[in-house]
Design a protein around this ligand. Structure first.
Ligand code: S3P
Length: 451
């Protein structure tokens, strides 16, 4: 929902060792896709472990507006009775995707090749984000978009009555754009081809196949070439959503920087398109054991045992950026607690996330006494060693859940407390963050209202 509500100021204080088990919620990317593909299948899809964060709840409401029956049966247990590919009804209301770029872009994709019109909006963060990156390829199918300047929401999308299949090379590393094109291709005749230079998260490809679509993936000279055959009948599935590696990053990174910590984070995805942070942390000297490797909900997962570590800064290879794109904010916090500089290049996509994450992290880290360098595509954090960050500042979160959680993690290891001006966006992706972190022994909480 676009009403952002009252800000919730929060503070984290230097904490004793974090101990215990951190069961993080379901994966956000897979949760959105389970609802959307369920709505496009004929019959009843059953989902367990669904993330009940606001982003996903907004996608559930949107699927109802397009005619699917979406029902909550209990914690994380949902069902979706779909209308079939091409069966979307025209929504009577504006579709409000709240804070979620993934929600709005994927939903625009899956309605773009139906003869219906829908208007989309979101919160103040989402209304600043570029939609041209999806409406450009959707126009090739025959859809028309009418938005605000710079391709911003609110925006009306008129779906193509007579869609044609498309061949599209995605100009930036973006799973959202790739997925929007594939979802649009579902209701186009013939074969839709998407080419990506660098691999991005592949949940859409995996799940489309799981729902019965024909999806071929080849690694060619141009990059990954994904070919989808249009107009399949999608079959309903039982989807067990694995835990979110991007949420797991917060207790993992907190355990690494809080002295004496020893935390188990079970069921963390080791999907190679998502696990760049974990590779990076190990290179920095992190003590992480990858226990009990197995498959859950079609994803490779492991239980991570994480102990406090003295870390050193590294140069993160550019080509790894896409596999850890959501983890750079918390990595920059870990980098501040390492010895030496951590160099993150090829990260300009961070500027168009829920906030400009390079700017938000740089300003907040500087306020906490950390030296930072940045340019359009780079963030360099000069580490101050374990326990060395002064802290004692309030970071602005710019309606961005990952900025809020990152600075709260920093506060657990900094000399003086670290506050955030608004922790309310945490509910979009990790509604149990505060309780889960406190359960490990973290001193984090909401500030007392000022009289
Ligand atoms: C997502 C893709 C990524 C990521 C976002 C989730 C997805 O966005 O940042 O949190 O589920 O497809 P981009 O595709 O814009 O990189």
């Amino acid at each position: 929902m676009s009403g952002h509500g009252e800000p919730i100021p929060m503070t984290a204080r230097r904490s004793g060792p974090l101990k215990g088990r951190a069961e993080v919620p379901g994966d956000k990317s897979i949760s959105h896709r389970a609802l959307i593909l369920g709505a496009l299948a004929v019959g009843e899809t059953k989902v367990t472990g669904l993330l009940e964060g606001q982003d996903v709840l907004d996608t559930a409401a949107a699927m109802r507006a397009f005619g699917a029956e979406v029902v909550r049966h209990g914690a994380g247990r949902w069902s979706v009775r779909g209308v079939g590919v091409g069966g979307f009804a025209e929504p009577a209301e504006v579709i409000d995707c709240g804070n979620s770029g993934t929600g709005v872009r994927l939903i625009m994709g899956c309605m773009a090749t139906s003869p219906i019109t829908a208007t989309f909006t979101g919160d103040a963060s989402l209304r600043k984000r570029p939609m041209g990156r999806v409406t450009d390829p959707l126009a090739l199918f025959g859809a028309r978009a009418y938005g605000r300047q710079g391709g911003r929401l609110p925006m009306t999308l008129v779906g193509a009555a007579d869609p044609v299949p498309v061949r599209y090379a995605v100009p930036m590393p973006s799973a959202q754009v790739k997925s929007a094109v594939l979802l649009a291709g579902l209701n186009a005749p013939g074969q839709t081809v998407v080419i990506e230079k660098e691999p991005t998260r592949d949940h859409s490809e995996r799940m489309l196949r799981g729902f019965g679509a024909e999806v071929a993936v080849e690694d060619g000279r141009e990059g990954r070439v994904i070919t989808l055959t249009g107009r399949p009948e999608l079959r309903p599935q039982v989807v067990a959503v694995p835990r979110d590696p991007s949420s797991a990053a917060f207790p993992v990174c907190a355990a690494l920087i809080v002295e004496g910590s020893d935390v188990l984070v079970p069921g963390v995805s080791q999907n190679p398109t998502r696990n760049g942070l974990y590779t990076t942390l190990v290179e920095m000297g992190a003590d992480i054991e990858f226990l009990n490797p197995r498959e859950e909900g079609g994803e490779p997962v492991a239980d991570l045992r994480v102990r406090f570590s003295s870390l050193k800064g590294i140069r993160v290879p550019k080509e790894r950026a896409a596999s850890m794109i959501d983890e750079f904010p918390v990595l920059s916090v870990v980098a501040a607690c390492a010895e030496g500089a951590t160099v993150m290049r090829g990260v300009k996509e961070l500027r168009v996330k829920e906030s400009d994450r390079i700017d938000a992290m740089a300003r907040g880290l500087e306020a906490c006494g950390v030296r930072v360098e940045e340019d359009e595509d780079t963030l360099i954090v000069h580490g101050m060693g374990a326990g060395g960050v002064p802290g004692g500042a309030t970071a602005r979160t710019h309606i961005d859940h990952r900025i809020a959680m990152s600075f709260l993690v920093l506060g657990l290891a900094a000399k003086k407390p670290v506050s955030v001006d608004d922790g309310s966006p945490i509910a979009t992706s990790f509604p149990v963050f505060e309780d889960l972190m406190r359960g490990l022994g973290a001193q984090v909480g909401r500030d007392e209202p000022r009289p």
